[in-house]
Design a protein around this ligand. Structure first.
Ligand SMILES: N[C@@H](CCC(=O)N[C@@H](CS)C(=O)NCC(=O)O)C(=O)O
Length: 252
């Protein structure tokens, strides 16, 4: 049995949901409430206090890219991993890059435009306690505070996101597509989807639509896949819940 502890809007959870959909696997959807990921029962499954966590026949597997690779190994149908060692090394280099650059970068505008607004209502004491309770994100939350990250952090994040669009544009031009690594749809494609979806939702699609033709075409192909439609159900995007707030913060 496959169980996934996840948040609908979590980009890391979305990567895993795409792989589950690509493979047509049945799984139990544990959509946990905000705060539940910091409770002792959940920390036993995932000591990092983040989503997602996959539980396969009672055994927990953590970290979204690791979970994606695990699923591809255990359920080899519709493989999203290159068949040769060199291809796998190239794919893993993409996964590391995606984890180091665009995945963290997109968190900065996500928190400033949307998530920080839920934290503004808390007392300073309650906020500090909530930040300190996060095994992986304590310092991130303290730097953000209750008013959001400083502009220099947002500028750095936007620079990183632009770099990513440039890297993907070059890769698609070099491999000839239709996917990042060429003919095969791989985890490099899967792991980038939630970042682009969040950027589009936040109103930053112009970053690739202006001057990145290959990325624009790749994004259209991604959105046409049924795994994309399954993953992004109603409630999986910020704009489904926070549309009015996002319009305000876009104008600010
Ligand atoms: N490296 C981890 C990171 C997971 C992660 O950061 N998850 C976010 C949601 S996308 C989370 O659970 N955040 C909880 C929090 O901010 O308290 C992975 O890829 O699974």
């Amino acid at each position: 049995m496959l169980e996934l502890y996840n948040f609908p809007m979590s980009t890391c959870s979305q990567k895993v949901r795409i792989v589950l959909a690509e493979k047509g696997l049945d799984w139990v959807d544990h959509r946990i409430e905000s705060g539940e990921h910091l409770k002792p029962e959940y920390l036993k499954l995932n000591p990092n206090g983040v989503v997602p966590t996959l539980v396969h026949d009672g055994v927990p597997i953590i970290d979204s890219s690791v979970i994606c690779e695990y699923l591809d190994e255990v359920f080899p149908q519709s493989s999203t991993t290159p068949p040769d060692a060199f291809g796998r090394a190239q794919m893993r280099a993409w996964l590391r890059y995606i984890e180091e650059v665009p995945t963290p970068a997109v968190r900065y505008p996500s928190f400033n435009r949307v998530l920080v607004h839920n934290l503004k209502k808390m007392s300073k004491e309650a906020f500090d306690k909530a930040a300190d309770a996060r095994p992986l994100r304590k310092h991130f939350y303290h730097r953000m505070g209750q008013t959001g990250f400083p502009q220099e952090d947002i500028d750095a994040a936007m620079w990183d996101l632009k770099q990513t669009c440039g890297r993907v544009e070059t890769a698609l031009a070099e491999t000839g597509g239709p996917w990042i690594m060429g003919r095969q749809f791989t985890l490099a494609d899967v792991c980038l989807v939630p970042t682009l979806d969040r950027m589009e939702d936040l109103g930053y699609a112009a970053m690739w639509e202006k001057g990145h033709k290959h990325v624009t075409d790749w994004w259209a192909r991604i959105q046409a896949r049924s795994s994309y439609k399954t993953t992004y159900y109603k409630g999986a995007r910020f704009s489904d819940t926070y549309g009015a707030l996002m319009r305000e913060t876009a104008a600010a």
